[in-house]
Design a protein around this ligand. Structure first.
Ligand code: G4P
Length: 538
């Protein structure tokens, strides 16, 4: 019997889901995220010449790392997602704006991926920002694949690196490759999966390099070429076989075990092994939780959630792009979507997709894809889109900021513009806005200090408001959840000076010390003080 149109659509949906891999790269600044991104794009044919991204250094702006690539290479890459094809798969690489600072955007982007590639500087081991980001992955049980980078420089011993990772990140390692030599004598990697030595020849900067497979360690060619490293590597591999845990798919998919690769992103050593294995191991789009039920990607009806809002690059237009992760069903150009928070239906004709170098109007998109919906501030982070069902995806968090500053307006006549500018910029999610219960101050809270510079610049450039920031001795933010029947007024009266409302109207405590927050919690049994807040549209 010929397939019905529905069956044919369903078959396409299944096929497209199976070939998608949606992931992000995380690392501590300078570990090699940008370089790795370039190399992956090079393999995917999305760019043809990779190069060092020099513009990035000392660059004090909120531009994404990709924008630095864009500047340097003169190519156009989206700042939120980069899509490329490799071995018949469609890889959606989501940008995590790391830079030399740390933004909440990065955390939220991690809620929209199905796997993470973690790049570690092998001379330094696990660093603080990697640790923080990994906590988010652990919370979401996101599978993590690790690349130990910069083996061409003086690095820690490979075994020491594994030990460091296991201790710092509380996950077991299962090496997939092993370095042949290191530092100046770094020659390539031994692929533990197919037991071959892959030797690399350094290439001209930016170009793909030659790789020579020498066969197993016992082969004549391997003996000839690897020479003095042979005994050491043979011994280390024997040791590994006894000591390391074999690859376990279940544990990997739960984020408890990480496959580890060694190499040098800059020299392109070991990147192909990583990418090939990534394609084999990283999962296709996974089911996602909503308040009411779990949504499976294969469900025919479209669903998706907003994980990021970005001001339009074109400063003359105030519109913004809401980045939606497709969770189920297929998106077709012009289809009507329900914006669940407002209950309004929206015919989406101008959603954008990001294929290779170009952003273009999206004709169709499938689970795992990211589509950008232009809007004028009606869409917020964590909003859900569906074909009518009143779903609310969960797990898009707001993290308690750690830095707080009071906004100082230089021209008091610009109050209105300030309010608009602050609200809009903070709604994009890079920082959070607080107002005291009493008083008219605007307090901005951020995870990283860079955000204040960004806000100041944007207020000036986009809203024509001259404003600065002054330091505050506030360090702790907790969202307050009062139990049913609790006397809110009495609570507010007792702690007025500590209480604020955030941009969503939620009650928060901002205090100088954790001690003060703990004290208030102790005095008020039943009141919950949270350091993360599910971003649900109220
Ligand atoms: P990030 O995005 O994680 O911040 O790191 P990025 O890729 O920008 O890399 C940081 C620095 O480390 C860059 O040097 C880059 O060239 C270098 N790097 C990355 N991978 C490797 C590697 O495998 N080996 C070596 N030796 N260096 C590596 P830079 O001095 O900041 O820039 P540039 O002058 O090299 O462009």
């Amino acid at each position: 019997m010929p397939a019905t149109p529905d069956q044919a659509d369903q078959a396409i949906l299944h096929r497209e889901i199976a070939r998608r891999r949606t992931f992000a790269i995380i690392s501590h600044p300078d570990a090699g995220k940008t370089t790795m991104t370039e190399k992956l794009l090079l393999f995917g044919g999305a760019i043809h010449l990779a190069g060092a991204v020099k513009a990035k250094k000392n660059q004090k702006s909120a531009t994404s790392d990709w924008m630095a690539i864009e500047k340097e290479r003169g190519i156009s890459v989206s700042t939120a997602v980069m899509t490329f094809e490799y071995r018949g798969l469609q890889l959606n690489l989501l940008d995590t704006p790391g830079h030399n600072d740390f933004s909440e955007d990065t955390f939220r982007t991690l809620t929209a991926v199905d796997a993470v590639l973690m790049v570690i500087d092998a001379s330094k081991g696990v660093e603080t920002q990697t640790k923080k980001l990994l906590e988010v992955c652990r919370l979401k049980r996101t599978p993590v694949i690790t690349f130990m980078n910069k083996l061409d420089l003086e690095a820690m011993e490979p075994l020491e690196l594994l030990d460091n990772l296991e201790k710092e990140l509380h996950m077991t390692c299962t090496p997939m490759t092993w370095p042949i030599g290191k530092g100046k004598e770094f020659q390539g990697v031994y692929d533990l999966r197919d037991r071959t030595c892959n030797l690399y020849l350094a290439a001209e900067r930016g170009h793909k390099n030659e790789r020579e497979s020498l066969g197993d360690l016992g082969s004549v060619r391997a003996r000839e070429v690897i020479g003095k490293h042979l005994a050491q590597i043979t011994e280390e591999i024997e040791l590994l076989q006894g000591a390391s845990e074999p690859y376990d798919e279940k544990r990997f998919l739960r984020g408890q075990q990480t496959p580890v690769f060694f190499g040098s992103a800059l020299n392109n050593f070991g990147v192909k092994e990583l990418l090939d294995c990534f394609c084999d191991l990283a999962p296709p789009p996974q089911p996602r939780e909503t308040r009411a039920r779990v949504v499976e990607p294969e469900e025919p009806a479209f669903t998706g959630f907003v994980f990021k809002i970005q001001a339009n690059m074109d400063r003359n237009h105030r519109d913004r792009i809401a980045f939606v992760r497709v969770c189920s069903g297929a998106f077709r150009r012009g289809m009507t979507l329900r914006h669940v928070r407002t209950g309004k239906d929206l015919a989406v004709r101008n959603a954008m997709t990001f294929l290779a170098r170009d952003r273009s109007i999206v004709e169709s998109a499938f689970p795992g894809d990211i589509i950008g919906i232009p809007n004028h501030g009606t869409i917020r982070i964590a909003d859900t889109f569906s074909e009518g069902e009143a779903l609310q995806f969960t797990g898009v968090p707001n993290f308690a900021p750690e830095l707080f500053r009071r906004v100082r307006l230089k021209d008091p006549m610009k109050q209105k513009q300030l309010a608009k500018g602050l609200t809009e910029v903070c709604e994009e999610g890079a920082a959070q806005l607080f107002r005291p219960l009493i008083g008219a101050d605007w307090i901005v809270g951020a995870v990283g200090g860079l955000q204040f510079d960004v806000i100041e610049t944007r207020l000036r450039d986009e809203y024509n408001v001259d404003a600065g920031f002054e330091g505050l001795s506030l360090h702790v933010c907790r969202w307050v959840e009062l139990p049913a029947g609790f006397n809110r007024q009495k609570f507010e009266d007792a702690y007025t000076r500590d209480l604020y409302t955030d941009g969503h109207g939620h009650l928060c405590l901002l205090t100088e010390t954790r001690f003060r927050a703990d004290y208030i919690a102790d005095k008020n049994p039943g009141v919950l003080l949270r350091d993360t807040m599910e971003l649900h549209a109220a």
